[in-house]
Design a protein around this ligand. Structure first.
Ligand code: HEM
Length: 421
């Protein structure tokens, strides 16, 4: 750790922080096993960075502070889902202080599409590097060549819709999945926005098992999608309370498309080797997607959760969302009903909104069922890392209706998952 000691004994400029040295050290053992002497030095670095943050508050200081918070989560005893996934560095929602949504709808949507593509492209690049022995990172339990090809195929498919929206789909070759994944990697290089932290800072596995890379990136990718879905639902609620409630249909339709088109991400995750998952999850206790803020925001924007759910570990794990719901957060279900009963939403517009609500409910229910299937495959009867009994919890929550009363939750409400007229 000589470069870190040198950095600390000099002017300690955030811009010159020896990230590569620190990452190498973390990757050598996994975050769970990093040596105490390294963590003490990083703690010192954090103190220095924090003192500089009050003075200048520039981008380099922000990045270093965020990185050190993620690197030192276990040391501090506050390791959780947000820090495991480095959500702050990815500028994804992870606490009370959310990133401000972009002023223009298209800008926010595009930023999330770019991030999604970069995350998946990076995953596949790692798979290909490991397959060709050009990286020594996460050497344990590497998958065979057939699995790597399958991962490339599914990964490229999972981002097809985002690539289309970004207008770069044609740059991906059809045919050989490995070549297509290499094309994707090439495209993704140009998709980072200026000031985006490098993705390598957002990959701090707890162990040295190959498939933890896939696991982390897939969770990050879903967090990116959930943030987008939550944004659309929030806008749908705003539309339903205003003068043009019919506009909610488009926002619901977009949210539905986001969830559906990302289906292959779960297929990709399902290629994870269950024994690899069981190896690294020994060190992920306390980090569970039950702490996903965006997911609970989605659920609670659809309808207000029942009191027993709101009081349970499901919402205790996301206190700021629990507080919002208790504070009377408006929901789609409730604002839709008001818009109809006030006579603001009638005829064709009413039909379109109702159909898109049903389609969205179908997409979310489908997501829950797929999640349950993957969890059963990976976890069996073991308990979850979020202090639930595991898959029985998921089975119960996946049967809960997305909306009650007004529109059905059955995916058959819109059998093809198509947007309504
Ligand atoms: C190996 C794959 C996975 C397994 C074994 C798994 C397992 C579980 C378990 C057991 C829970 C219950 C809470 C707990 O005790 O931890 C849970 C909750 C949850 N998981 Fe997963 N999960 C997996 C992948 C994913 C992925 C890729 C996502 C996408 C972000 C995700 C999102 C969620 C969410 C949002 C919850 C909270 C559900 C709720 O509270 O209603 N999971 N998962």
């Amino acid at each position: 750790m000589r470069p870190l000691i040198d950095w600390l004994s000099g002017p300690a400029e955030p811009r010159r922080f020896p990230y590569s040295t620190v990452l190498r050290e973390f990757h050598r053992t996994g975050k769970h096993f990093v040596e105490r002497s390294t963590l003490v030095l990083l703690d010192d670095a954090r103190r220095v960075a924090a003192s500089q943050a009050t003075g200048s508050g520039d981008a380099a200081t922000w990045q270093l502070t965020a990185f050190l918070d993620i690197a030192l989560d276990k040391w501090d005893g506050r390791y959780d889902y947000c820090s495991y996934l480095a959500l702050r560095l990815l500028r994804l929602p992870c606490g009370a202080a959310d990133p401000t949504p972009a002023a223009a709808v298209a800008v926010g949507r595009q930023a999330r599409d770019r991030l999604l593509v970069r995350l998946v492209a990076d995953t596949l690049a790692f798979e290909m590097a490991a397959a060709t022995h050009s990286t020594g990172f996460l050497p344990r339990q590497r998958p065979g060549p057939a699995v790597v090809v399958k991962r490339c195929r599914l990964g490229v498919r999972a981002v097809a819709a985002a690539l289309d929206r970004l207008g770069v789909a044609e740059a991906i070759g059809t045919g050989n999945p490995v070549t297509a994944a290499a094309d994707l990697h090439g495209i993704a290089r140009d998709l980072a926005l200026s000031g985006d932290p490098s993705l390598r800072l957002t990959m701090l596995p707890v162990h040295v098992t190959h498939d933890e890379y896939l696991f982390i990136r897939m969770l990050q990718a879903y967090e990116c999608l959930f943030a987008g879905v939550a944004e659309e639902l929030r806008a749908a609620v705003a539309a339903l309370t205003g003068d043009a409630p019919g506009a909610a249909a488009d926002r619901l339709g977009y949210a539905c498309d986001l969830l559906r088109s990302a289906g292959p991400l779960f297929s990709l995750l399902a290629t994870m080797q269950p024994e690899s998952f069981r190896t690294f999850r020994q060190y992920t206790e306390g980090a569970s997607a039950i702490q996903s803020r965006s997911y609970k925001l989605i659920e609670s924007l659809c309808r207000t959760p029942e009191a027993d759910r709101l009081d349970s570990v499901a919402y205790q794990s996301v206190p700021e969302i629990q507080a919002r719901v208790r504070g009377g957060q408006p929901t789609i279900e409730e604002t839709y009903r008001s818009a109809v009963s006030d006579g603001r939403l009638t005829g064709t517009d009413n039909g379109r909104v109702a159909r898109r609500m049903a389609a969205f409910a179908g997409a979310l229910t489908q997501w829950r069922r797929t999640h349950l299937r993957v969890a059963v495959r990976m976890l069996g009867s073991r308990s979850g890392t979020g202090y639930t009994e595991g898959t029985p919890y998921l089975a119960a929550v996946s049967a809960a209706p997305v909306f009650t009363g007004t529109v059905g939750d059955s995916p058959t409400a819109d059998p093809d998952g198509r947007r309504g007229a």
